[in-house]
Design a protein around this ligand. Structure first.
Ligand code: DQA
Length: 152
């Protein structure tokens, strides 16, 4: 089956709900994904989820997405700030990418101010906690409805 949205999460995001809740909120990744699943079924858009703490596994999943999905939503966690491999993989698959962060990375430590995902993304949403994912999903649905299948 092809088409739809692939939602990727990077390292430590499997700990959402328990991890620094004042920064990242109380919702688990499963709960966030469940909300996206509900949005997907309401719009009839297919969605799949993948989380890994391993850079190479994320690269593999991005490569496999090439012919299977129309768009990628990614919170690459700490990899956002230094992974040239994820940057290259996203660039290589040439699907529209939406970057997500729960926190506002620009008001935090300086090492979080750079993102290597942003240059290969159509846009990004950060700072709204779990709502960042739902806003990104909304944007993704609009992009798919308009038939924008590639970054060009
Ligand atoms: C994060 C921000 C990153 O700096 C951090 O390493 C994360 C989470 C966020 O969603 O706010 O793991 O991507």
């Amino acid at each position: 089956m092809s088409g739809g949205i692939l939602v990727l999460n990077g390292p430590n995001l499997n700990l959402l709900g328990q991890r620094e809740p004042t920064l990242y909120g109380n919702q688990s990744l499963e709960e966030i994904n469940q909300e996206l699943e509900e949005m997907a079924s309401a719009t009839g858009i297919r969605v799949e989820f993948f989380q890994s703490n391993h850079e190479g596994e994320l690269v593999d999943r991005i490569q496999q997405a090439r012919d299977d999905f129309e768009l990628i939503i990614i919170n690459a966690g700490a990899f956002s700030h230094y992974s040239i491999a994820l940057h290259d993989a996203l660039r290589a698959v040439n699907l529209p990418v939406i970057e997500v962060h729960l926190s506002n990375i620009y008001t935090r430590e300086e090492f979080r101010h750079q993102s290597l995902i942003s240059p290969v993304a159509v846009g990004g949403i950060f700072g709204f906690g779990a709502l960042s994912y739902r806003l990104a999903f909304l944007a993704a649905c609009e992009i798919i409805k308009k038939g924008v299948r590639s970054k060009g």
